[in-house]
Structures are given as structure tokens and as C-alpha cells.
Design a protein. Structure first.
Length: 216
């Protein structure tokens, strides 16, 4: 059994989507970051960076294993199941490239835009401009890639698509006022969002957290 410690954020949804896509049974433990529950000592033992998501795999080789950081968890789950990450060759490295791109680029940038443009009571024009401009650039990068191939890795859906979906969903919904017309005329990106978002496992994963067992 996988124990998933998470909250309803793009990073949290990466792992619930992956678990649903891979058909792994898991139990959800909500960590309400609005109430600072990520700083509880019990959670700190699992996730020393005090951030969701984190997992404990009871069935790991050598006994129960905890893993934190969403990118590491995605790679771990993909290698555990043999799904959504090629074992070797160019396809594997394309997936790891775009996963790294999400972790270092589109995720942090949209996160900062969300804070400065949406959640912060004090609006700082320079910060909003900076993160809006960089968000637009990164969305263009993704749209260009998806105009060349149906998924980020190539012809196959992978953990890179899983990692990006929640953030792009947030960009089109929660951050849409800040981003303005950035999704206009991005046919490839919009088509990808629609196709990925229609997958049954993605729909289920996006509904987490719920403090109940999931069959995967």
C-alpha cells in the first residue's frame, strides 16, 4: 500500500494522478497547508523540507520507504510499475528533460505569479510583470513542443505530462486573469490540456485529497 500525504495543489495532484494512472492502491492523508500542518513533527519525519507531496511505500524493496519531492516520487512510481517512463534510450531522457523543465521552470514561475498576482494582498507591479513575462515564455516553449509531438516526451504519455498537467490547469483557471490572453491561439497546448484532462485517471487524481483508500 502507498500512503500519500498531500493537499489540493498542482504538486499534490501530480502524485494522485500518477497513482491512479498506474493502478496502485493508496491511502490519502490530507496535509492542510493553509493550517500549516506541513510543519507538524510527524510529517517532518517523512518530508524534511516541510512540503507536500510525500509518500510511504509499505511494499518497497527492503521494507517501507518514504519519498519526498514530487519529481522523485514520479520517477520512483514509474520505475516501480514500469509505466510512463521508458527504461532506457532517448524516450526516457526526453521524459526526464521535460520533468526537470516543469520542476525548475513552469512550476516555480506559475507559483510565484499566483502569489504576487492573485493571493498577495499587496500587488507589486515589477514582480507581477516579471513572472507574467516568464510564464508567457514558458507557455510558448510548451506550445511549440506540443505542436511537434502529441505529448511532451513524444508519441507516448509520460510522467512529464502528468507533472505539467496540474500547473497548466491552474494557469487556465486560477491564474487566468493574470495571464490574460496567453492561451489564445495556443492550439497545440489547449488540445493537450483537453486530451490529458479527459483521461479518467486524471479526473480521479484531480479530485484528491480525500481521506479514504483508493484502489488505483
Amino acid at each position: 500500500m502507498i500512503h500519500l500525504y498531500t493537499w489540493a495543489t498542482p504538486n499534490g495532484h501530480k502524485i494522485s494522478i500518477a497513482l491512479e494512472e498506474m493502478g496502485l492502491p493508496y491511502t490519502v492523508y490530507p496535509v492542510n497547508i493553509g493550517k500549516d500542518e506541513q510543519f507538524a513533527s510527524d510529517f517532518l519525519r517523512i518530508a524534511p523540507n516541510n512540503k507536500i507531496p510525500a509518500i510511504i511505500d509499505d511494499d518497497a524493496l527492503g521494507g517501507p520507504l518514504s519519498v519526498f519531492e514530487s519529481g522523485a516520487i514520479l520517477i520512483y512510481l514509474a520505475e516501480k510499475t514500469g509505466k510512463f517512463l521508458a527504461q532506457s534510450g532517448p524516450e526516457r531522457y526526453r521524459a526526464l528533460e521535460w520533468l526537470s523543465w516543469q520542476i525548475s521552470g513552469i512550476g516555480p514561475t506559475l507559483g510565484q505569479l499566483g502569489f504576487f498576482a492573485v493571493r498577495s494582498p499587496e500587488k507589486v507591479p515589477l514582480a507581477i510583470e516579471r513572472f507574467t513575462t516568464e510564464s508567457a515564455r514558458l507557455l510558448n516553449v510548451m506550445d511549440k513542443r506540443l505542436s511537434e509531438t502529441p505529448f511532451l516526451t513524444g508519441s507516448n504519455y509520460s510522467i512529464a505530462d502528468i507533472a505539467c498537467y496540474g500547473w497548466i490547469f491552474a494557469a487556465k483557471s486560477f491564474f487566468k486573469d493574470a495571464l490574460g490572453e496567453q492561451f489564445t491561439n495556443k492550439t497545440a497546448l489547449n488540445d493537450w490540456v483537453e486530451r490529458v484532462g479527459a483521461r479518467p485517471a486524471v479526473l480521479r487524481g484531480m479530485s484528491v485529497p480525500k481521506p479514504t483508500p483508493h484502489s488505483g
